[in-house]
Design a binder for this molecule. Structure first.
Ligand code: AVI
Length: 321
């Protein structure tokens, strides 16, 4: 733990590269090859994701920001004063800056797997809010989180924006929300952004942008494996593929091998046929009722839900049942 400013603390619990190794090898060994989406977020991947959030086709970020601007005071009323707010997958800090205008917090704990990105964005919040204790935690929040001991505040809010919950399989999403419910305690609230089901064409455009930034984001995963896991992917021999799988209610992202090839990852060998895919991400879309039913299975009940006029995106406020 190090202090850059008197109110800024950085807790580095980043998983070691060996922790990724087993997941990557197991994912590529299966009959249907897959890689976990959390691997997107190295420094370059976080910057590419930031660029995605500004694309004209990618409506979720600006729509969620609009909801926070419009309903921030109502959210603050439900969350209450002087508590701790944990943000899962904090990334860049645009959304929390809007909430901080409305909330009166004692402490803010952004949690993200991308170390330098987190250090910079959380440090900037600490600088601009000298009365706020900022405890940045670099870790994989898809696993159970050990909170530093300084977090004994009674009132806890978890802010989980961006519809990152949609990147989990519904069963894993339920487990994650169950862990969040235990963290919240009786007075806590979960404020969670959830992308809504909508016209498939709009979804297709959001994940197949005309500038090709989403394609770069997807392909960067292979560059990362080359660098960090001693792999030898020829990145130019794969292409981005994304589509809405309507029966399953999710956008799927894949990397498709354009030629037959053999790749080595950390000494292990993998064969690819032409057209074979590595499934890199699912992004589930939920109606308000579907999401509330999932949250109920995790022991959370809805207190309020906000959505934009075009019904593109929702923010739910949930509390322990
Ligand atoms: C972070 N997550 C919610 C994004 C999404 O929309 O599923 C990641 C993303 N993938 C492609 N574009 C954006």
């Amino acid at each position: 733990m190090e202090a850059a400013l008197p109110n800024f603390f950085f807790h580095d619990l980043h998983p070691a590269p060996e922790d990724f190794h087993a997941e990557v090898i197991a994912g590529l060994r299966g009959e249907n090859k897959r890689l976990p989406p959390k691997l997107f977020y190295d420094e370059q991947g976080s910057q590419l994701f930031d660029a995605i959030t500004r694309l004209p086709e990618y409506y979720p970020t600006r729509t969620e920001i609009g909801l926070l601007q419009r309903h921030g005071p109502d959210m603050a009323g439900l969350v209450g004063d002087d508590g701790l707010l944990l943000e899962l997958g904090s990334g860049s800090n645009i959304k929390i800056r809007i909430l901080l205008e409305a909330l009166r917090l004692q402490a803010y704990a952004p949690i993200d797997i991308s170390r330098e990105f987190l250090r910079l964005s959380a440090g900037a919040i600490a600088q601009d809010h000298p009365a706020l204790q900022v405890h940045a935690i670099c870790t994989d929040y898809s696993k159970p989180i050990e909170l530093p001991r300084c977090f004994d505040t009674e009132r806890r809010t978890v802010f989980f924006p961006g519809s990152s919950i949609g990147n989990f399989e519904p069963e894993q999403a339920r487990e994650l929300m169950q862990r969040v419910a235990a963290l919240l305690g009786p007075d806590g609230r979960l404020l969670i952004g959830v992308d809504l089901k909508k016209d498939p064409e709009r979804l297709h455009a959001a994940y197949n942008d005309s500038q090709g930034i989403t394609a770069c984001f997807n392909l960067n995963l292979l560059t990362r494996l080359n660098r960090e896991l001693d792999a030898d992917f020829d990145v130019s021999a794969f292409r981005h593929h994304a589509f809405y799988n309507e029966p399953l209610g999710r956008v799927e992202m894949h990397l498709i091998a354009t030629i037959r090839q053999r790749v080595r990852v950390d000494g292990c060998c993998f064969e690819f046929q032409t057209g074979e895919s590595i499934h890199t991400e699912n992004s589930y879309k939920y109606s308000v009722d579907e999401f509330q039913a999932l949250a109920a299975q995790a022991g959370l009940i809805g207190e309020a839900v906000w959505q934009d006029d075009d019904a593109l995106f929702s923010i739910h406020c949930l509390k322990a049942a």
